[in-house]
Write a protein that binds this ligand. Structure first.
Ligand SMILES: Nc1ncnc2c1ncn2[C@@H]1O[C@H](COP(=O)(O)OP(=O)(O)O)[C@@H](O)[C@H]1O
Ligand SMILES: [Mg+2]
Length: 318
């Protein structure tokens, strides 16, 4: 396919998208992503992974410090005004007018987007129906529960009939029942809108997304459908070794055979699709390393994700 043909199928393409805050806080690190038209795409990652920063750059609210992105073929650096007309966002911190009713909030946003009062009302009623807000349409927004507020926020993002909809952590802090309701409402959008949804819940990405990109510390860690990720990551064997006197030479030799060798929490972690147990033990012994304990396993997607999440949460507290 030529570049043009690829572009026609893509709603979003990021190319080395990067955001650095200050001197050394790399929030988004060289991100390359393709999101197809009509796809529900999830950016999955722990707190601080760079999800909101990515969304802000794609919505032209924040300038990248490196790379760029195209939304429906338009460059975020060159065409921010045009892009803002064809996208909309339900931000992590929902922004609704607290004293206006559900209906009034929707009509107001519709009019901000240039709709006539009549058209804004027509769309507002349709979206109130779609988001099951009928019983609350006259209630002020500040009387709504978290789940209903989220539904209002999504309806407000839909009123401009955007080609690409960004949902930043749509179910953050919701109880399980409200979360499930919201999931079914978001599912309804599949194929009708391109949706980029961020979340730090693995089950959410699993339940909603056609494809998932796992990001951690601003970097793309894994990409694929839920099934592909399970195969890719779950198929990886992991060997954990607790050893004394691990020399740089031993590490170097191990890395030659298994490039994904690292030290975490003073354990030696070796990952590969196929690990040769004896080869590792022989190599370590040959280098004079004393093995105290070791384990081998094939982790599930959950485990891998928990590991990623766990580590980053630790970082955040420090
Ligand atoms: N305006 C800012 N100034 C400095 N650092 C920021 C700013 N916004 C976000 N960050 C940092 O960038 C990283 C990514 O943040 P964010 O994109 O909000 O992550 P996520 O949405 O995945 O939780 C974090 O380390 C965060 O502290
Ligand atoms: Mg965020």
């Amino acid at each position: 396919m030529s570049g043009m043909d690829i572009d026609k199928k893509l709603a979003v393409r990021t190319e080395g998208l990067t955001k650095q805050f200050g001197k050394n806080r790399l929030a988004v690190d060289n991100l390359d992503l393709d999101i197809k038209k009509g796809e529900i795409f999830s950016l999955l990652g722990p707190n601080g992974a760079g999800k909101t920063t990515t969304i802000k750059m794609l919505c032209c609210l924040l300038k990248p410090t490196g790379g760029t992105a195209r939304i429906m073929g338009l460059d975020i650096l060159k065409n921010p005004a045009k892009i803002k007309q064809i996208i909309n966002v339900s931000p992590q911190e929902t922004a609704v007018a607290p004293h206006l009713s559900v209906l009034e909030n929707l009509v107001l946003v519709g009019q901000i987007y240039g709709l006539s009062g009549r058209e804004a009302k027509r769309r507002a009623y349709r979206l109130i129906e779609l988001m099951s807000l009928n019983e609350r349409l006259r209630d002020p927004a500040n009387k709504l529960s978290g789940g209903l507020l989220r539904r209002l926020s999504i309806a407000m993002a839909l009123i401009s009939d955007p080609k690409v909809l960004f949902l930043d952590e749509p179910t953050l802090g919701l109880d399980p029942k409200s979360r499930k309701t919201l999931w079914s409402l978001i599912r309804y959008l599949r194929g009708k809108k391109t949706v980029l949804l961020t979340t730090h819940y693995l089950e959410e990405a699993d339940a909603l997304a056609d494809r998932i990109a796992i990001i951690d510390q601003g970097r793309l860690v894994a990409l694929g459908t839920s099934e592909e990720l399970k195969r890719q990551l779950g198929g990886m064997q992991v060997m954990t070794v607790k050893a004394d006197s691990l020399s740089p030479a031993a590490m170097k030799n191990l890395k030659k055979i298994y490039p994904q060798t690292a030290i975490a929490d003073s354990h030696l972690i070796i990952k590969a699709e196929k690990l040769d147990f004896n080869k590792v033990v022989d190599l370590l012994r040959g280098e004079g390393v004393k093995i105290n304990w070791l384990s081998m396993k094939e982790p599930t997607l959950d485990e891998i994700y928990l590991k990623i999440t766990g580590r980053s949460r630790d970082n955040e507290i420090i």
